[in-house]
Write a protein that binds this ligand. Structure first.
Ligand code: SIN
Length: 497
C-alpha cells in the first residue's frame, strides 16, 4: 500500500492490488451548483471531501442555467407569498414542508452567496435588481450577469472550492456504480476502477431532460445519478414530470434548443401565434404556456410560434443577445422562432428534507433529487435556490453518518447511455402529450430510465402540471399530494406532506 496523502483524519489515497483508492469523509458525484455547494459546506465544517465530475464545469446544467435564484426579498414580498406561488405552480403536488424550507431559507441564502463574493445584479439605486418570471406574483428573481447566472454561480463556487485544502476534485472521472456494504452505500466506484470510500455519498449529477430529443440541457443530462442510486436500491419517484420550457429556439442551425429565458417575458416580451396575435398569458406557470404553444403548433401544423422581444432591452441579457445575433437573428428587430423543449426533471431519487435517500449513507441534491418540492410543475428559478438551500442541508446531515470500516470494493460496471432512437422515442411517446399506447411502447426501451419514466407516466392516470395524458385529460383530485414511487419492481402512490 502506498500512502500519499499528508493529512490525517481518514483522508488519503492508496493503491491496493494495483487499484487506486481514496478515503474521504464525503464524496460528491457531480459538480453543478448543488454538488459544489454541498462540497463547500462540508469543507467549511472541516470535512475532507472528494468531488467526482465526469464533465468539465462548462458542461454542467447549472453552468447553462439562464434563470436566477428565487427569494422573497422585495418590500412587497414575503416567504408566504413565495410559498403560495410555488404551491400554485406545482398543481397540488408540492410537498408543503419542503417548500416552506425553501422559501424561508432563500433570503439568507442570497446573503451567504454574497459572502463568498457572488455579485448579483443591482438596480440603479444599488439594491438587488429583482426580476419577474412565470408564476411569480412578485418580482423575486436575483440574477448575476443577466442570463449568465448559472455560469457565474458555478465559476465562483468552483473558485471557492479549489481554495479549500481538504477538497480533492477529480475531473474527467465518471462514477460507474455505488459501493454498497450491508445495505449501506459506503462510496463510489469510477469507470476506470478508482474506488472512493466515504462515510456518506452525495449524488448531484443533475436531471435527465437530455433524454428527450428536443432539450435545453447539455447532452450529459440523461439521469446517470438517478440510475446509480436506483442500482444501489434507492426509491425513485415522479419521473412522469419533466418540465417543458416554453421558449427554446427552433429551426436555427446549430442553435436548436437554445433557451430564451423566461426573464425576458418578465420584461415584457410577448408570444405571437401564426396569425401574429397573442394567445396566452406569457407569465402564467410554465406548464400552461408550454401547452398553449404546443396547441398552436399542432393546430396550425407549424414548427414554431414567435417570441417578440423587440420592446425588451436585449443588452440586459448579454449572453442571449450575443447568441441570437451570432445566429443571424437581431432581437431588436426580428421575431424569434420558439417551441417547447424538455428542460427540467421534477422527479428523481426520493429524499427527505435533508437529502437522505431510502438507502443509508446515500444523499441526493439538486435536480437528481425528488423531495416533492417542485410538485408537478416547478416554479421558475426555484431550482438554483434549491441547489443552495438543500445542498447545505444535505452536507450537514451527511456528515453525521457513521464511518464504516473498509472492505474490498466491487468492480466497476459498464455505463449505459441512451441512443438517438431512445431520445426520439421519448419525445414521441413521453412528450408534452402522452397516452397509454405510446407509453407502453417505451416500457421495452433498452435505456432503463426511459422505461421508468413510462412506468410512472402509466401509473398516473390523470393530467396534472407537466404530465398531460390525452386519454385521461382531467385532473384527479384523489391524486393530490400522491407521488408515484418506484422501488425495485414495485410501484405505488405515496402521500407526502
Ligand atoms: C429561464 O430563465 O427561463 C429558465 C430558468 C429556470 O428554468 O428556472
Amino acid at each position: 500500500m502506498r500512502k500519499i496523502d499528508p493529512f490525517s483524519g481518514g483522508y488519503g489515497t492508496s493503491e491496493m492490488s494495483g487499484r487506486e483508492r481514496i478515503e474521504t469523509e464525503l464524496v460528491v458525484v457531480g459538480a453543478g451548483a448543488a454538488g459544489l455547494y454541498s462540497a463547500l459546506t462540508a469543507a467549511g465544517l472541516g470535512a475532507s471531501v472528494t468531488v467526482i465530475s465526469a464533465t468539465p464545469l462548462a458542461q454542467t446544467a447549472s453552468y447553462w442555467a439562464q434563470g436566477g435564484l428565487a427569494a422573497a426579498l422585495g418590500e412587497d414580498d414575503s416567504p408566504q407569498l413565495h410559498l403560495a406561488d410555488t404551491e400554485r405552480a406545482g398543481r397540488g403536488l408540492v410537498r408543503h414542508a419542503a417548500a416552506e424550507i425553501l422559501v424561508n431559507e432563500a433570503p439568507q441564502m442570497i446573503a451567504d452567496l454574497q459572502r463568498i463574493r457572488i455579485r448579483f445584479d443591482a438596480d440603479s439605486g444599488g439594491d438587488l435588481a429583482l426580476g419577474l418570471e412565470g408564476g411569480h406574483s412578485r418580482r423575486r428573481i436575483v440574477h448575476a450577469g443577466g442570463s449568465s447566472t448559472g455560469r457565474r454561480l458555478a465559476r465562483q463556487l468552483s473558485a471557492a472550492l479549489v481554495r479549500e485544502r481538504r477538497v480533492t476534485i477529480l475531473e474527467g472521472r465518471r462514477a460507474s456504480n455505488l459501493w454498497t456494504e450491508d445495505g449501506r452505500v459506503v462510496g463510489v466506484i469510477c469507470e476506470d476502477g478508482l474506488a472512493v470510500r466515504a462515510r456518506a455519498t452525495v449524488i448531484a449529477t443533475g436531471g435527465a431532460a437530455a433524454l428527450w430529443q428536443r432539450t435545453t440541457n447539455p447532452p450529459g443530462s440523461v439521469g446517470i445519478g438517478i440510475m446509480l442510486a436506483r442500482g444501489a436500491g434507492a426509491a425513485v419517484a415522479d419521473l412522469e414530470f419533466v418540465q417543458f420550457h416554453p421558449t427554446a429556439v427552433v429551426g436555427v442551425p446549430g442553435r436548436e434548443g437554445f433557451l430564451i429565458s423566461e426573464a425576458i417575458r418578465g420584461e415584457g416580451a410577448t408570444l405571437l401565434g401564426p396569425d401574429g396575435e397573442r394567445f396566452v398569458d406569457e407569465l402564467a406557470p410554465r406548464d400552461e404556456v408550454a401547452r398553449a404553444i404546443w396547441t398552436q403548433i399542432e393546430t396550425d401544423s407549424v414548427d414554431s410560434v414567435s417570441l417578440d422581444m423587440r420592446s425588451v432591452d436585449a443588452g440586459r441579457f448579454p449572453s442571449i443577445d450575443e447568441t441570437l445575433r451570432q445566429s443571424g437573428l437581431d432581437p431588436r428587430s426580428d421575431l424569434i422562432p420558439v417551441a417547447p423543449a424538455a428542460h427540467y426533471m421534477m422527479g428523481g431519487v426520493v429524499c427527505d428534507l435533508d437529502g437522505a435517500t431510502t438507502v443509508g449513507g446515500l444523499y441526493v441534491v439538486g435536480e437528481s433529487a425528488c423531495s416533492g418540492l417542485h410538485g408537478a410543475n416547478r416554479l421558475a428559478s426555484n431550482s438554483l435556490s434549491e441547489c443552495i438551500v438543500f445542498g447545505a442541508r444535505a452536507a450537514r446531515a451527511a456528515l453525521d453518518e457513521p464511518a464504516t470500516a473498509g472492505g474490498e470494493p466491487p468492480a466497476s460496471l459498464p455505463l449505459e447511455l441512451p441512443s438517438q432512437a431512445t431520445r426520439e422515442a421519448m419525445w414521441r411517446s413521453a412528450g408534452l402529450v402522452r397516452d397509454r399506447a405510446g407509453l407502453e411502447r417505451l416500457l421495452d426501451d433498452p435505456y432503463p430510465l426511459a422505461a421508468l419514466v413510462a412506468r410512472c407516466a402509466l401509473t398516473r392516470e390523470e393530467s396534472r402540471g407537466s404530465h398531460w395524458r390525452s386519454d385521461f385529460p382531467a385532473l384527479d383530485p384523489a391524486l393530490d399530494s400522491m407521488h408515484a414511487v418506484l422501488q425495485g419492481s414495485e410501484s405505488a402512490f405515496e402521500h407526502w406532506q
